[in-house]
Design a protein around this ligand. Sequence first.
Ligand code: MTE
Ligand code: MO
Length: 383
Amino acid sequence: PDYSQEPSRHPSLRINAKEPFNAEPTRENLISSYITPVEFFFKRNHGPIPLVDDISSYNVSIGGLMEKSVQLSLDDIKKLPKHNVTATLQCAGNRRTAMSNKKEVRGVGWDVAALSNAIWGGAKLCDALKLVGIEYNTKMTLSGGKHVEFISVDQCKEEDGGPYKASIPLHQASNPLSDVLLAYEMNGEVLNRDHGYPLRVVVPGVIGARSVKWLDRINIIEEECQGFFMAKDYKMFPPTVNWDNIIWSTRKPQMDFPVQCAICSLEDVNTVKPGQVTIAGYALSGGGRGIERVDISVDGGKTWIEASTYQKDNVQCIPYDISSDKWAWVFFKAVVGITEDTEIIAKAVDSSANVQPEHVETIWNLRGILNTSWHRVRLQIAS
Ligand code: MTE
Ligand code: MO
């Protein structure tokens, strides 16, 4: 693979792997603004960043199990109604390092910042699918298509040098309410190379792996895409499954992510003076489920207080209010008095009353995905 054409990146990013480039912002930078600046947005790749420089010849085809097929230039896509959707992308491997610390897992190590929030601008996939005759909320095409596959132009070693691929169900792809985008803008600017220039898919509420960057082709297919990242990765296995007894086909590709939160105002181990300490971080859930509340404990989980939660402009969240960004994280904050060494814990509850699991051991899995266990940081009092 050729890594000589990589774009430049912000020097403050924590690099977890250099080639392919995988990096996350510091905890402090992550929560410094509700909309993540593009330079701080986490970067997750499986190969070199492709260089698509001839936009006049760039196009995306939509084909497969449909009577019709089309080739769309970037201008054709820009002619479709434009939508701005605020959505948090989270890699399924977020917080993997903490899972690995309990028992080894395979995969790139991540702290708590393998996620970021952006305003994505683009066309809705459901509107592009109309161009091949697929109406809103279609479950199956006449020729038996039930999934929509996205194929990239990049080259991944896991695909033997072939492109990254993923699929989502057709009923989700063709549903205007699921807000799946063909995005050409990020935070009001032209999407940059790291994040998928000239065009990427954004599937809100779903693990980042399905939001294919550098889109080349869209295929209507019968069964889920059989690419590596659908069939042999990004699946959730029980703690008993290991590399000797794994049967990949027994599990479905992961789609929605579960309820998650992390403290970002503190590192894993901190020394502080006795007194007031700010506990701040993010919380989010998948599938468009909102955050009901975030609980904080300063005594290792014996007692809890509720943090305040907010999205834009530090305005207190009204859960499920239509003015809230349903696909985006919330920030939380609590100020607590600390007098002795202790463990601070945060756990979130989503709008379906799902709660994060207490211990990482109960959700340990060999690929180290979806670590959503209670987030803990240790505080030591300066002597
Ligand atoms: N798309 C392509 N073409 N190649 C990739 O390696 N990585 C996926 C997804 N889309 C990937 C991709 C994964 S695992 C994640 S978490 C997100 O992109 C990360 O998006 P970002 O780099 O814009 O943060
Ligand atoms: Mo990911």
